[in-house]
Design a protein around this ligand. Structure first.
Ligand code: URA
Length: 435
């Protein structure tokens, strides 16, 4: 078999076989196929697409270049959630402990934030002492002890994707549906899970802005997961405004703790509960979705979810007292109020701009090697539909460095649209893909 023939076949719009895809992925990962041929291949896929069978084969090949966790020794269903990322999306910190408290095993391998989006690992690392870099052995021990483990991607998981994603980033081939879907699913399927709920975001703050694109991505990922014998469903959820009221790492951990105490913002609480319920439902832990919803609501109301969060924090080297006293989290030196210059209702909050402003304050990464400041970010006092008076606080900025403050403030000012009337709020869950 020769790489050039595989590239040519894809370039000409023909369907590749499993063996050809595996040959290419293995060869590229081991270094026998060079970057220039892999670039041509990804560009051919970008233009010609892939059939569902090819996409499953690509996912499996990438997954098999690394370790696939075998967690079959755990005495219960292994379930996870994956989100395509957004602004203020801290549901993982809430739903993972809730699902674990309700009987699931949650082996969650998460990513870092980039650009306007935040990452679960960065949020967790704002908890003093928290280690996301556990070895796979420690990860298993943590999972066995408390039903939950929260780590970052290790070099052993899907190394082909790591190499290919970096290449796509510099060859303008990231935005290809089969490549995105197989990249995400190769990492998730390596977690050794039985079931997965996907939270595919749609709207201004999402990776996919258009609903139809989000739907196509969700369908592709569901098809891959099911093709690999797992229980997978997807929710397509709204990212037209930040989720909850905080954007920034320690601020988001604080809001997650408040939510686990039963005092969280409604949108964040309801999406976290819904996704956790889907985890239990797909994992077969509850007899149906309604029973699953009751189980996770009970785990919230009884405080079992919060206790589970504190337990995993302690097991992963962090300070579990943040669950009782969030002032133990990093705090910014200064807070600055942004006040409304108009009266009316909040008609829109440009989500991407809020994410970018938080990044400029230091809460996110402009490039992969930027440093994060865990304490900084933005707290929203108003959400879409809320009435606002002139001079009333719209947001509080938590600031350490003033270097890019002016740019961030200008973005935030423009981000909030105030009008006489507010549009009807769009539903948080836009579509469920369950078949
Ligand atoms: N996230 C991933 O993990 N892979 C992609 O290709 C895009 C987003």
């Amino acid at each position: 078999m020769r790489a050039v023939d595989i590239i040519q076949k894809k370039r000409d719009g023909e369907e590749l076989g499993r063996d050809e895809i595996a040959f290419f992925v293995d060869g590229y990962t081991r270094g026998s196929i060079p970057d220039y041929q892999a670039s041509a291949f990804t560009m051919a896929v970008f233009f010609e697409g892939m059939t569902p069978a090819e996409t499953v084969a690509l996912t499996e090949s990438m997954m098999r270049t690394g370790e696939v966790l075998d967690l079959s020794d755990l005495p219960g269903p292994r379930v996870d959630k994956h989100s395509t990322g957004g602004v203020g999306d801290k549901t993982s910190l809430i739903l993972a402990p809730l699902a674990a408290a309700a009987g699931a095993y949650v082996p969650m391998i998460s990513g870092r934030g980039l650009g306007h989006t935040g990452g679960t690992l960065d949020k967790l690392e704002s908890i003093p002492g928290f280690r996301v870099g556990l070895s796979l052995k420690e990860f298993r021990q943590t999972l066995r002890k408390c039903g939950l483990g929260l780590i970052g991607q290790t070099p052993e998981i899907a190394p082909a994707d790591r190499k290919l994603y970096a290449l796509r980033d510099v060859t303008a081939t990231v935005e290809s549906l089969p490549l995105i879907a197989s990249s995400i699913m190769s990492k998730k399927m390596a977690e050794g899970i039985d079931a997965l709920i996907l939270d595919v975001k749609t709207g201004d703050g999402a990776f996919m802005k258009k609903f139809e694109d989000s739907k196509a991505l969700a369908e592709a990922m569901v098809r891959i997961g099911r093709g690999m014998g797992k229980k997978v469903s997807a929710l397509i959820t709204d990212m037209e405004q930040p989720l909850g009221r905080t954007v920034g790492n320690a601020l988001e951990v604080k809001e997650s703790v408040e939510t686990l105490r039963g005092h969280g913002p409604k949108d964040l609480e309801s999406l976290s509960l819904e996704l956790a319920a889907w985890m239990l439902h797909l994992g077969g832990i509850a007899p149906g979705l309604d029973a699953a919803r009751t189980r996770v609501r009970d785990a919230l109301a009884s405080g079992a979810g919060l206790r589970k969060f504190q337990e995993v924090i302690g097991l992963q080297g962090g300070d579990p007292r943040v669950g009782d006293d969030t002032s133990r989290l990093p705090q910014a030196r200064e807070t600055i109020e942004l006040r409304s210059e108009a009266e009316g209702r909040v008609a829109g909050i440009a989500c991407r701009a809020v994410g970018r402003a938080a990044m400029l304050l230091g809460a996110g990464r402009e490039t992969v090697d930027s440093r994060i400041d865990p304490a900084v970010g933005v707290v929203l006092h108003k959400k879409v539909g809320d009435p606002v008076r002139e001079g009333e606080g719209l947001m509080t900025l938590h600031v350490n460095e003033r270097g890019r403050l002016e740019e961030a403030t200008a973005l935030l000012r423009q981000a909030v649209r105030i009008a006489r009337e507010a549009p009807p709020a769009s539903p948080l869950v836009r579509l469920v893909l369950d078949r």
